[in-house]
Write a protein that binds this ligand. Sequence first.
Ligand SMILES: [Zn+2]
Length: 295
Amino acid sequence: MRKILAFAVAALTFGCTPEPSIDVLCTTSVVADAARILLPEEISVQALMQSNIDPHSYKPVESDVAKLSNARIILHNGLHLEGKMTDILEKLGQQKPVHAMSSALQFHDLIEVGPNTYDPHIWFDLQLWDRCVGELAKFLIEQFPEHRQAIEQNATDYYSELALAHNEMILAINEVPDSLRAMVTAHDAFSYFGRAYGIEVHGLQGISTAAEFGIKDMSTSAQFILDRGLSTVFIETSVNSKSIEALQEAVAQKGGKVKIGAPLYSDALGEQGTAEASLLGAFRHNTTQILKSFN
Ligand SMILES: [Zn+2]
């Protein structure tokens, strides 16, 4: 880590191998999706982390540092989602415009998980994300004033799409009895989602995949599944599925049976060219699978 940081600082100070210039460089695919929706096509938007990449454990490699150094502006999620990039993002913030999506939110919007530590998975509560997109639109208008009209129009259109998907989910979940509304996933990426849509969420690992889970967590999670009568547990596309497979085994040892559902998109969206490459595509995929598990 120290070596990468040293390189990063050197690269930022002295410059490094020229890379094709990028207008807007985003850390995750979720952030890049919002930027692409708001900006006209002639502004290039790239995500540093492609699909299936876990942002909690992602360490920037040398080519990433070059991209960060050459990008005109940088967008990230914030709240330490990009846990291994904190120092580099801070350093870059002294040199160029760097915007955190989470800066749109107040402390009372956030789920506190420890002293001064907040759950960073803010995007699956679509009403919260709507506000993050609104602040991003303001920031992008400051950076690209010549595109103000397009950004404002794209933002207005997108607010309608977010509201539609949010309302669809509210209508669907209202059909599900309270006693059935529970889900288990590989890590705690769905707490804001659960709060917004009235679902009790249990993540096998904590809010960061860097946290280890133990035998006790496994047994508690297995008991939760049995107590709530869950038919399905969910793996995630950006998290190793081994922990969920071990949980399935722990449920079997207690005499129960649970199946592994279709992978959910949590910290990374789907491959480019698929419906799930957009946040709303991933949201609809997830909600379809989650609602199905309640039957
Ligand atoms: Zn996560």
